[in-house]
Every structure is written in structure tokens, then in C-alpha cells.
Design a protein around this ligand. Structure first.
Ligand code: WAQ
Ligand code: MG
Length: 254
């Protein structure tokens, strides 16, 4: 689903909201209605265009477990940004690359997809300009999210539910080193740095309330074929699955 609003003065489309799910045939009506509701009622504004596209998927879908999650409380956005940048440095990014990535972000502060940035050079690798690349075809399998959140005593939160799916899919590709994200919803200030090395590291404030500029950067290394990477993000389906046993087993292995 994508929802947008045409801005007369600037003569361009403003991204309002997007969403992607994997649905069984039987649940399609409900899942499509949920996406419609998401697009219609949004803090970024009222859309004048909503598109819902459905595509049949056949064959096996790979199942992976969600990245482990930690939450870090910070006082304000400045402290949150410092923390995010510290994590990115721990993952091997230089100060120059981080600075360059933030510059790239500002070239189009309200895009609907992500930018893909080389973690060594700081250069942008995708060719999607102001739109960015939208990861799709990922979802929680059956009631895995409900099981996962109740086991970990985490209050259910639709944004986190969706973001953890996306981050896990993005980090599941071997070329991904890190993802940096915060919402473009003016009323949602929590964001994260995700990586295979450290998991999904939530930071409670990464921007000021009221700011409608979001961020999604996928930092990658050793990409030989950017088309293959984008194809993975857009087209390769992935389920997130989780059973109580998955965590008790990890505890036993420690
Ligand atoms: N693929 C690529 N980029 C995307 C996608 C996608 N499927 N969905 C959103 N983006 C980009 C796009 O540029 C948006 O402007 C930006 O990310 C933010 O999207 O509490 O809600 O959906 O743990 O507003 C993170 C913290 C919330 C959740 C992120 O992002 C938590 C969020 P939003
Ligand atoms: Mg948003």
C-alpha cells in the first residue's frame, strides 16, 4: 500500500504512508482493509491517492527468527543521535561515511523508501533518487509476533512490529552491515540501529517531536551487483517466525 498527497505549491507528491504484508488468500480482505485504514488515518496528513497492489506468491517462503532486541533510553534527540553514531562506528563505519550518509538523507528528507549506502565510501549505490528503495514481501508468520512480544513482556506496538520485520529482512542479506532508521511520523521519535552483529538496538529518541523527516539507510559492504541486492529487498519473500523454544534454546547454549 502506498498513500500520498499532491502538493500544489511544490508540484510534487508527498509520501504519507506505506505498508507491506504477506497474507493468505483467506485473510486478504482483512489485511487489505487494515492497510487502507493505515493509509487513511495518518499523522503525516490526509492522502489524496492510495494504491493497494496484490501479487500472487507461490512456492516456499524462507523463515527466519527476529533479530534480538534491546532498548536504550536517552534524554533527548541529541543524546540519541550520539548513541546511534557510536553504534555505527562500532560496526566499522567511519565518521566521514556517517556524515556523508546524513548529507544524502537531506537531499530528499521525505522519501518513501530507503537509500543504500556503501559502508566504505559513503556513496549511494541505488538509482532510485527521491523515491528510494522499498523493501517488501515480509511479515510475521501466523501468531509469532504475539508469542514473541508476550514472552519478552514487550507491549504490542504496530510500528515496532513492522520495523522488526523490515530490519530482520534487510540484515538477513549478507551484504548488509547496518540499518539506521527513524520514523517520518511527526509524533513518533523512537528509532534504531539494526545489524546482525548487535541486533535491533532501539533508541528512544532520535529526532524532535513534530519533525516529519524520517530516515532509512541500508549500509552495505562488498556489493557486486546492486540489482541483485535490490531484487532481494523488493521481491524475495521472508517470514519471521518465533516459538518459545527458540529463546530457551538460546539460553541453554549460552
Ligand atoms: N522499505 C524501505 N524503506 C522504508 C520502508 C520499506 N518498506 N518503509 C518505510 N521506509 C522508509 C521511508 O523513507 C520512510 O519515510 C522511513 O523509512 C520511515 O518509515 O519502536 O515507523 O514507517 O522499535 O515511518 C522505528 C522504531 C519506527 C520502531 C520506524 O518508520 C520501534 C517507522 P516509517
Ligand atoms: Mg511513516
Amino acid at each position: 500500500m502506498r498513500a500520498s498527497q499532491y502538493l500544489e505549491e511544490e508540484k510534487k507528491e508527498k509520501h504519507i504512508s506505506g505498508g507491506e504484508v504477506i497474507s493468505s488468500f483467506g485473510s486478504l480482505k482483512k489485511r487489505a482493509a487494515d492497510l487502507l485504514a493505515k493509509g487513511l488515518m495518518h499523522s503525516r496528513g490526509d492522502p489524496d491517492f492510495i494504491q493497494i497492489q496484490c501479487e500472487l506468491m507461490t512456492g516456499e517462503i524462507e523463515k527466519v527468527q527476529p533479530l534480538p532486541m534491546k532498548t536504550f533510553e536517552v534524554e533527548d534527540a541529541k543524546q540519541g543521535q550520539e548513541k546511534a553514531q557510536k553504534y555505527l562506528k562500532e560496526l566499522g563505519l567511519s565518521e566521514h561515511v556517517i556524515e556523508r550518509a546524513y548529507q544524502l538523507l537531506l537531499e530528499e528528507p521525505e522519501r518513501r523508501g530507503a537509500i543504500i549506502v556503501d559502508m566504505k565510501t559513503g556513496e549511494r549505490l541505488d538509482d532510485r533518487q527521491e523515491k528510494g528503495v522499498r523493501a517488501s514481501r515480509m511479515d510475521w508468520f501466523e501468531n509469532s509476533y504475539e508469542r514473541w512480544s508476550s514472552f519478552h513482556n514487550i507491549p504490542q506496538n504496530i510500528r515496532m512490529k513492522e520495523a522488526l520485520v523490515l530490519a530482520t529482512k534487510v540484515c538477513h542479506h549478507p551484504a548488509t552491515v547496518a540499518e539506521l532508521c527513524w520514523s517520518d511520523d511527526p509524533d513518533y521519535v523512537t528509532g534504531y540501529v539494526a545489524s546482525n552483529a548487535f541486533g535491533y538496538q532501539r533508541i528512544t529518541k532520535l529526532k524532535e517531536r513534530g519533525d516529519s523527516r524520517g530516515c532509512r539507510i541500508f549500509f552495505v559492504e562488498g556489493i557486486k551487483d546492486i540489482k541483485e541486492y535490490i531484487h532481494y529487498l523488493e521481491k524475495q519473500p521472508l517470514w519471521l517466525t518465533w516459538e518459545v523454544d527458540d529463546d530457551t534454546r538460546l539460553d541453554r547454549e549460552k
